[in-house]
Design a protein around this ligand. Structure first.
Ligand SMILES: *Cc1c(COP(=O)(O)O)cnc(C)c1O
Length: 965
């Protein structure tokens, strides 16, 4: 037998996804283990992980399934979803994503694998795309300022409410919400208001405002049932009462209708879904948030602003309260961290591609068809209630609404059933003449002739009066008229993508953010029509594929975490935190312990933790950390004793953001339980536990997972995210439900739930296929191997860097978990070099910096994940070591204290346009190591001036990008 002959089992291994996901191959793994003094990966279990947190029960997860088999399985699943024409409306509309955007953006890792643009110099592409989004929102709403997305329309309204509370002069704690808001919006507002102690009144704002005192008025425009109303009087009255007015507005409607700013409203929010983003059974989509310039310092979420770089050129970065939660903690304006960047980018490009005329054509057609459709129904003698509408028409059919809706389903159309007597019909960009004829047929009695669409088109007159139509120009910035041909927009998307460092270019070693591979096979199902074209409120029997996906994913997550139930509703980690704390509060209330309102949070916690606790109506008490970065058990003991009658919860991140498995986790949980509290685990670092330890079995009562960290949903440049929460059986009855779709929480009991926390019943449903595919392809063995490899990679980096940089925290034996913090504070004294300088110098080496100054000031937190192999990790370590040498040159006086490679980083091509005046060579500036020789990353801008940008806040598109500021 020839030595080269492969054995059958080796040949069959070919199908496994595990070595595709895990970076280091066998040889590299062996080399790295050797350098750590270990023999095999499993040795890490004993060396690094506390014995009392290890899981010894076998998982129910199956073994690895091949990439091909996973797609085959998902195809079967999608066949169980039945996509009908949706005329349900209620904030979700079918739309056409231009193929050029789908192929070059949604399916392009240059866009979807990028991180939140904290390192602005390597993020100019997506920052520009987001600035276009903001400009579009500013134009359509008529407001002065817009942010770069929120999670969904309903939570955006809730954010508007809390912002109104901070800004309104009214002393009353009542919120009025229009009965004609979408039901999911009303539900989310009620949930949020309840925890903050506000009263919510659902009213008809056009008749009974005068009698109430309130700080916020929330309107929908057009109304959920389609009516377009003049808001002037409502707004004036609310302002007389010292209240602020929020309008949830339909973006496509705003193309034709008078902008909300014309009514003098204070805040405009809504969904950008129908600008080219598929419904996806509820998400993800970008919400928008626009307001007055005067309120800019109170805006939730992130705002992209214009500033200048070291050459005086225009450069973009996140403005104002970017890391606000980390600074203001429980006083933060909002807990939003991950939002919906990729979806905002898509919506922005939709407007760039269509331009003002294109959007007017699309909106005009939807509106015209709606009027023709209504005229046809009138022709049959139906009671069309709507008078002034954009795309939604209400028909009264006493006692027959359900029957007609069922007939519509038989003809392939879903209608909105408002009540037994009333139906809603919403049209959209995809509605065809055929759809209208089919609908007429549903409503007609046998024997009637169908009206002629062309004849009706001539008869129908505009139903919206002139004073409610807009006549101002929109989308005047040149960006909205330059890229209407496919060639031009394709090149524009490529130009922007090239400016950014995403995972398609280099490792992104961001601690706590887990920038691992987002595999192509995992991404595939989000493009399946049967997954992305579903409206979230269709009858459940049409969505059996999705229901299967949820059930299977929940089972997988329960298996991995040891919890008994999951809610998939929260749209990001922050939302999971908020929801989990609400569940804990509800549990205490049901047990007659409503006074329990103290939330203990270690000093090292992520800023969203205290911000979420405040939103959930809890009082934050900080627990100290000891010199090793661990929760101080002594301080915890003191605090739980002090607050034993009022302790609601401890929020703890495990392993902590200090990158070490603390030994006392179980002891900590026991202490909290003994004093009547519940344990909330921030599971952002679950990548260090998967397959090894199950939080639900070692003391945690609730945990959120960040599926966009541990479970491979790409970061999208700052969203989408999914933050499901797992809970023990005692908390399952209180998990969120939904006002429109029944059965979202099957364990719901007599005591009710916490309410609703997202607009859609299962949150960002369509991207759950990504995590499902990852878990299925890795299986129990692969996931355990991934976790151990992530730990090995981090420890390898720590070993390589330790001779050059102090490693801030290790356990008693020198080991770390899946990330490592290096301490850079000393260089300030020895060389006047900051951690920022190091981060920017890494760009010259072609790298995105690690996490800067979190959780400890003047440090870098490095997380390689399991997906990076030894070659890439060595390249990164070489760069870090070379930078340490550059610092030494300053320390030893070989390089200038001010004019040196670190202070001047990143070095841009602009320097080549001038005479070379720097005291070091071009080679040293641009090609500090050999790795960059054949594939140099050129940063498009030099160091960005943040202070200038925050002093001169500008959040719209410049007219001339070549301008020097
Ligand atoms: C990322 C992160 C969060 C916030 O999650 P989002 O999905 O961004 O809202 C919370 N805690 C920790 C430790 C994190 O790393």
């Amino acid at each position: 037998m020839s030595a080269n002959r492969l054995r059958l089992e080796q040949l069959e291994m070919r199908g496994s996804f595990i070595p595709r996901h895990i970076g280091p191959d066998q040889q590299q793994t062996q080399d790295m283990l050797n350098s750590l003094g270990l023999h095999e990966l499993e040795d890490l279990v004993e060396k690094v992980i506390p014995a009392n947190i290890l899981n010894h029960e076998p998982l129910k997860l199956t073994e690895t399934i091949s990439e091909r088999a996973v797609i085959k399985y998902l195809r079967k699943m999608r066949e169980r979803n039945q996509v009908l024409v949706s005329m349900i409306g209620m904030g979700y509309y079918d739309t056409i994503m231009p193929a050029v955007i789908k192929r070059n953006l949604l399916e392009n890792p240059g866009w979807y694998t990028a991180y939140t643009p904290y390192q602005a110099e390597v993020s100019q592409g997506r920052l520009e795309a987001l600035l276009n989004f903001q400009q579009m929102i500013i134009d359509l709403t008529g407001m002065e300022l817009a942010n770069a997305s929120l999670l969904d329309e309903a939570t955006a309204v809730a954010e508007a409410m809390t912002m109104s509370r901070r800004l309104a002069k009214s002393a009353f704690d009542t919120v009025l919400i229009d009965q004609d808001c979408h039901p999911q919006t009303i539900a989310v507002v009620k949930t949020r208001a309840a925890s903050l102690g506000y009263q919510v009144l659902v009213v008809d704002p056009y008749s009974d405002l005068e009698q109430h005192d309130f700080f916020a008025l929330i309107l929908q425009y057009p109304g959920s049932q389609g009516e377009v109303r003049d808001l002037t009087d409502c707004v004036a009255l609310a302002h007389r009462k010292q209240a602020l007015v929020t309008v949830a507005a339909d973006l496509l409607g705003l193309v034709l209708l008078k902008p909300p700013s014309a009514f003098d409203v204070d805040i405009v929010v809504g969904s950008a879904q129908r600008f080219g983003v598929p419904m996806g059974y509820g998400g993800p989509h970008a919400a928008y948030f626009a307001t007055r310039d005067a309120f800019k310092r109170s805006v939730p979420g992130r705002i992209i602003g214009v500033s200048k770089d070291s050459h005086g050129q225009i450069a973009l970065r996140m403005a104002l309260q970017t890391r606000e939660q980390h600074i203001r903690r429980d006083k933060a304006t909002s807990n939003i961290c991950t939002s919906q960047v990729l979806l905002a980018v898509i919506a922005g490009f939709y407007a760039v591609y269509h331009g003002a005329d294109g959007l007017r054509m699309i909106a005009g057609r939807v509106h015209r068809y709606a009027q023709i459709m209504a005229a046809g129904l009138l022709h049959y003698g139906h009671d069309v209630v709507s008078l002034c509408y954009f795309d939604t028409v209400i028909v009264r059919m006493p006692n027959r609404a359900k029957r007609i809706a069922a007939r519509a389903v038989e003809s392939g159309i879903n209608l909105r059933i408002i009540d037994a007597d009333t139906l809603g019909i919403s049209l959209d960009e995809t509605t065809t003449r055929n759809d209208i004829r089919t609908l007429w047929q549903v409503f007609s009695s046998p024997g009637f002739d169908l009206p002629d669409i062309n004849a009706l088109d001539k008869l129908v007159s505009e139903c919206v009066p002139d004073y409610l139509l807009r006549n101002d120009p929109i989308l005047q910035n040149p960006v909205f008229s330059r890229y209407h041909s496919e060639t031009e927009i394709m090149r524009y998307m490529r130009k922007l993508a090239r400016r950014d460092i995403a995972l398609d270019r280099a490792m992104i070693p961001l601690g706590s953010c887990t920038m691992k591979l987002n595999a192509a096979t995992e991404m595939q199902a989000i493009s399946f029509y049967e997954f992305n074209a579903m409206h979230p409120f269709v009858p459940l029997n049409q969505a059996q594929g999705y229901q299967q996906l949820f059930a299977e994913l929940e089972d997988m997550l329960c298996d991995l975490t040891g919890f008994d139930a999951f809610s998939l509703q929260p749209n990001a980690g922050s939302q999971g935190e908020y929801t989990g704390l609400l569940v804990i509060r509800k549990y205490h209330q049901v047990n007659g312990q409503g006074q329990r309102n103290i939330c203990l949070i270690p000093a090292s916690a992520h800023g969203t933790n205290p911000a979420s606790a405040a939103l959930a109506g809890l009082k934050v008490v900080v627990v100290a950390c000891d010199a090793n970065g661990n929760v101080s058990v002594e301080d915890l003991r003191a605090k739980v004793t002090q607050y034993q009658d009022t302790l609601a919860a401890l929020m703890i991140t495990y392993p902590s953001t200090h990158g070490v498995y603390e030994q006392a986790f179980r002891e900590i949980c026991d202490l909290v339980h003994q004093h009547g509290g519940q344990v909330y685990l921030d599971g952002a670092n679950f990548n260090a536990l998967v397959g090894l330890s199950r939080p639900g079995r070692i003391g945690a009562d609730v945990a959120h997972l960040n599926l966009h960290k541990t479970f491979c949903i790409p970061h999208g440049g700052g969203g989408p995210g999914v933050g499901p929460i797992g809970v023990g059986a005692h908390l399952a009855p209180y998990l969120p439900d939904h006002p429109v779709v029944e059965g979202v929480n099957p364990a719901k009991g007599k005591q009710g739930t916490v309410g609703t926390v997202s607009a859609a019943p299962w949150g960002s449903a369509s991207i759950l296929t990504i995590s499902w595919a990852y878990i299925a392809m890795m299986g129990a063995t692969g996931l355990r191997q991934a976790t151990l490899t992530a730990i090995m990679n981090a420890n390898y980096i720590a070993r390589r860097l330790a001779p050059h940089y102090p490693i801030l925290y290790t356990d008693a034996n020198g080991w770390i978990a899946h990330e490592c913090i290096i301490d850079c504070h000393a260089f300030k004294k020895t060389a006047n070099i900051t951690v920022e300088d190091i981060a920017k110098r890494l760009i010259d080496y072609g790298f995105h910096a690690p996490t800067v100054s979190f959780p400890v000031a003047d440090t870098l937190m490095i997380e390689p994940t399991e997906s990076e192999n030894k070659t890439e990790i060595d390249r990164f370590c070489d760069a870090m070591i070379a930078i340490r040498q550059e610092i030494r040159e300053v320390e030893e006086g070989q390089a200038d204290q001010d004019n040196n490679v670190l202070h001047n980083a990143p070095h841009t091509h602009r320097l080549l346009l001038e005479e070379w005046r720097l005291p070091y060579s071009r080679q040293k500036a641009f090609f500090p190591d050999s790795h960059q020789h054949d594939d140099k990353y050129w940063p498009p801008v030099g160091r960005i001036d943040n202070v200038y940008g925050d002093r001169n806040v500008m959040c719209s598109c410049p007219l001339d990008w070549g301008e020097t500021v």
